[in-house]
Structures are given as structure tokens and as C-alpha cells.
Design a protein around this ligand. Structure first.
Ligand code: URA
Length: 196
């Protein structure tokens, strides 16, 4: 069998994921959740892990958090289907939506790395605390680093953003609130996206 580094085709990576048995989540999953949106080299979003609805449908970000994410993109004229490639650090759902374990993240990492290596996105959005700890080596939490640009793989720019489920728990839109900050971040992202 080919090693993952040699695979140049996303559909082959997906097919490896679909038969993956590298960690115990393979036993409890309904579906592998590989990606959604058009593969493209401009904008990728990396979330945490599938939840209940994602596991049922095999598509990332289809629950309430996903619906809010769609609206956030729409607010700056970006469409989820056409403009963003969406994936997660884990391709299978952790039971009861608990945080991914380090060994699960390690087992799944080669699939995420292959997605990034094949697509070479110019902008990578790091969505929430769990994705942040996987992708960026910083002692700072998401509230401190959101909205800032970091150097990413293959010369990309990475920006951590709040997870939409955090926004759903924080309803205020007042200046300085998480929703207000997300609005600043998505406008900055769109500005850089348009300049690509
Ligand atoms: N939250 C995530 O981080 N990813 C999903 O796919 C769904 C909810």
C-alpha cells in the first residue's frame, strides 16, 4: 500500500479515511466526516471534530454551529459550497462530543496533513480552541490569538477564529463581544481573500 505522503489525490485520502481503523473511534462512528465544500487553493477551514449530526450525515458543520458558520461566510459574500473547503482535525466523532484525545489527534493527523499538502490553501482558518492547539504552537488561548495572522504550511496564512458553538453560547452583539469580534475577523479575512 502507498504511504500517505505519496498520495496526491484527495479522493484517495478520503478512501483511506473511510476504511481507517487506526483509533477506537472507528468502532463508534456512523460515518467518516472527511470534508465539505469545493476543493480549492484559497480558503480552508479546520474545525474540531464531527458532532452528532455530522456523524449521521458524513458532512462537517451541518448542525446549529454549522448553520451559523454558513451565515458568517454569507455575511461577506462567501459561499460555503463554492468558496471554502471545510474539514476537521478528527474525521470521526468522539463519543458524547468530548474533546479529542491526543492519541486520536495523532492517529488522524496524517489525513489533515494530506488535505493541506494536496490543496495548498493560501488562507487557513483555525476554528476554535481544539483546532488551535493542533495547528499553532502557542501558550495563548483562542481569545488572545483570534483575529491574528500566523505563518502556516506552504507559505499560507493561518488565522484562529472563534468556534461558532462558542458564539451560540454568547448572544451579545455589543462592541467587544465574541460575535462582534467574529464580525471584525471575517471582514479582515475577506479583505485578504479578495487580494489573493
Ligand atoms: N464542530 C466542529 O468543530 N466540526 C464539525 O464538523 C461540527 C461541529
Amino acid at each position: 500500500m502507498q504511504t500517505m505522503e505519496k498520495i496526491k489525490n484527495l479522493e484517495e485520502v478520503r478512501s483511506r479515511c473511510n476504511s481507517c481503523q487506526k483509533c477506537p473511534l472507528a468502532k463508534s462512528r456512523t460515518n467518516v466526516v472527511f470534508s465539505d465544500g469545493k476543493p480549492n487553493n484559497k480558503l480552508m477551514l479546520i474545525g474540531e471534530a464531527p458532532g452528532f449530526y455530522e456523524d449521521q450525515k458524513g458532512i462537517p458543520f451541518v448542525g446549529k454551529a454549522g448553520q451559523l458558520l454558513d451565515k458568517i461566510f454569507q455575511s461577506v459574500g462567501l459561499s460555503r459550497e463554492n468558496d471554502v473547503y471545510i474539514c476537521n482535525t478528527l474525521k470521526c466523532r468522539p463519543p458524547d462530543n468530548r474533546d479529542p484525545l491526543p492519541e486520536e489527534k495523532a492517529a488522524c493527523r496524517e489525513y489533515l496533513d494530506a488535505q493541506i499538502k494536496i490543496l495548498k490553501p493560501k488562507i487557513i482558518l483555525i476554528c476554535g480552541r481544539v483546532a488551535l492547539t493542533s495547528m499553532i504552537d502557542t501558550p495563548l488561548g483562542i481569545t488572545k490569538v483570534r483575529g491574528k495572522w500566523f505563518d502556516g504550511p506552504n507559505g499560507s496564512k493561518m488565522m484562529p477564529i472563534f468556534h461558532p458553538s462558542y458564539l451560540l453560547r454568547n448572544d451579545s452583539r455589543e462592541k467587544g463581544s465574541p460575535k462582534w469580534l467574529m464580525w471584525q475577523d471575517i471582514q479582515e479575512i475577506k479583505k485578504v481573500y479578495d487580494a489573493l
